[in-house]
Design a protein around this ligand. Structure first.
Ligand SMILES: NC(=O)c1ccc[n+]([C@@H]2O[C@H](COP(=O)([O-])OP(=O)(O)OC[C@H]3O[C@@H](n4cnc5c(N)ncnc54)[C@H](O)[C@@H]3O)[C@@H](O)[C@H]2O)c1
Length: 366
């Protein structure tokens, strides 16, 4: 078992990472000393892991109710949040009660959002069960639901009291979901930590085969980086923006593909495009680009490039919610572990970077 702390003064909390932790949920959260608990999940995750978690909570003497929302991003909405709030009221959740989010990023974001508004905010803990949720969405306190006009438009910052990561849950995850989470993990190395990048380069086979010890180290190091960035910039006023590497290209590609590209796949393509952009501007060495491309291919993170015109991708980028008054600002890597925030990125540069990326996506890289 490995532990680390997100350091936010009175809002600090532990992240506990290990194997088989679900069956110990009750004792691990005992210190929070809560009476009533509302477990929020979806039918997929509840079927797989509900019994383990519920038995453990009941053995610890906790009074547990369960709220489920249907499986899927489309249910990360205000109506489902409202249903969970109804459940919280009906089962008499009080100011000192606890909400537990058991599932991927959709469940974590929605349950955390409910916890942030119920009685002006009650405690919640995250038990993330996808790789993306374990290394990214469960850490940092961004909680939200979607609005028909855009993702995560209704939300708040509400830090969990604890994050419990049981890496065994990854064994039931679809390979494509696993790769989608890995794209975010690689991003941390590229943008922030050369040592972590080298660790991944040296453990490609172990990562691809979900070796237990390697996964524990991988998730621990990824969470350490995310926690370090959140510690410096909780509300995304500064350095937290670097977590958006590849996202400006990625969001546009994701949307234009009609969401046939998964988020992680789109971010992986977007990250490579950002690297090309950096090379075009003479800010990154082509040798560095080669190393980055290699790891994305070896971890099987690059899908076929979607059939989309590059000029459309540029237009889509202009509509990104992080683009202000037509100024495309984005994070680009300079070297591994080092970044720059680029402003005023123009159409020509974007389309050229995408043209290179398209060729790369279609290549057989050794
Ligand atoms: N809050 C943040 O900082 C932040 C950061 C990144 C992403 N997000 C959000 O996260 C969401 C995406 O999260 P996600 O990728 O985890 O998707 P998800 O929650 O939809 O989970 C993906 C699928 O995996 C299933 N699943 C979950 N755990 C499983 C397991 N152990 N075994 C088998 N199946 C399992 C789910 O039921 C679902 O069908 C998006 O809504 C995104 O906006 C939030």
């Amino acid at each position: 078992m490995k532990n680390l702390i997100v350091n936010l003064n009175e809002r600090s909390y532990p992240i506990i990472i290990g194997s088989g932790l679900l069956a110990q949920t009750g004792e691990l959260i005992e210190q929070l000393n809560k009476g009533k608990v509302l477990l929020v999940s979806n039918p997929t995750v509840l079927n797989l892991y509900g019994d383990k978690v519920l038995n453990s909570l009941q053995q610890a003497g906790l009074n547990v109710n369960v709220a489920t929302i249907p499986d899927g991003e489309i249910y990360k909405n205000l109506q489902e949040a409202s249903n969970v709030l109804d459940k919280a009221v009906c089962c008499g959740l009080e100011r000192d009660s606890l909400i537990i989010a058991l599932g991927g990023g959709v469940i974590g974001d929605l349950a955390g959002f409910v916890a942030s508004i119920y009685m002006r905010g009650i405690d919640f803990i995250q038990i993330p069960t996808t790789l993306l949720a374990q290394v990214d969405s469960s850490v940092g306190g961004k909680v939200a639901v979607n609005h028909p006009c855009g993702k995560n438009l209704i939300g708040s910052f509400h830090q969990p009291r604890m994050v419990l990561i049981d890496i065994e849950t990854l064994l039931t995850l679809d390979d494509s979901e696993y790769r989608s989470g890995l794209a975010e993990v690689v991003k941390y190395g590229v943008i922030y930590d050369r040592g972590f990048f080298a660790f991944m380069e040296n453990n490609i086979d172990e990562i691809n085969t979900l070796d237990n010890e390697t996964l524990q180290e991988l998730i621990y190091r990824a969470c350490t980086i995310k926690a370090d960035i959140v510690n410096q910039d909780e509300k995304e006023m500064g350095i937290r923006i670097i977590l958006n590497l590849g996202h400006t290209f990625g969001h546009s590609l994701e949307k234009l593909s009609g969401y046939s590209l998964r988020h992680g796949e789109a971010v992986a393509i977007g990250s490579i495009a950002a690297c090309y952009l950096s090379c075009q501007m003479g800010l990154m060495d082509t040798g560095v680009l080669e190393n980055i491309q290699k790891i994305y291919k070896k971890l099987n993170l690059i899908p076929p490039y979607p059939d989309i015109d590059n000029s459309q991708v540029y237009e889509g980028m202009l509509n990104d919610k992080k683009v202000c008054q037509g100024d495309i600002r984005m994070v680009i890597p300079l070297n591994i572990g080092n970044y720059h925030v680029l402003s005023g990125v123009g159409r020509e540069a974007v389309e050229e970077a995408l043209a290179h990326t398209k060729v790369f996506c279609g290549s057989d890289y050794q």
